[in-house]
Design a protein around this ligand. Sequence first.
Ligand code: NI
Length: 134
Amino acid sequence: MSQVHVTRRYRFCAAHRLNTDLLSPEENWAVFGKCNNPNGHGHNYVALVTVKSGMLLGASDLDRLDQVVNERIVERFDHRDLNGDPAFTALTTTGENLVKVIWDILELGLPAGSLQKVGVIETRDNYFEYAGAQ
Ligand code: NI
């Protein structure tokens, strides 16, 4: 049986600072470089959300997906400081962690088995992708 996947693109702008309390200030700077700047910096993030076609609510599949992603991801993170979000209390706000946080949030909000992949474009050259625990 063939299965079609559909991917929708969402955008949010957010600030962050790469820093971990597990390292000294010098070590943080060595690991994260300019992303450790104490004043933080922002990104125009793009989230690419891939689901199995036909598994949500029929004709309104994409409306339903838009509603879930907008309510749970875009409204939560847009124009916020990611370091202040409860999801990152114990996590550094790297793209690797962000894509997994988004996956975990969406997996709870979408019908079981429908979410296939989440991608996060952080910068022109940095793209992170997660498809759940394998
Ligand atoms: Ni950054």
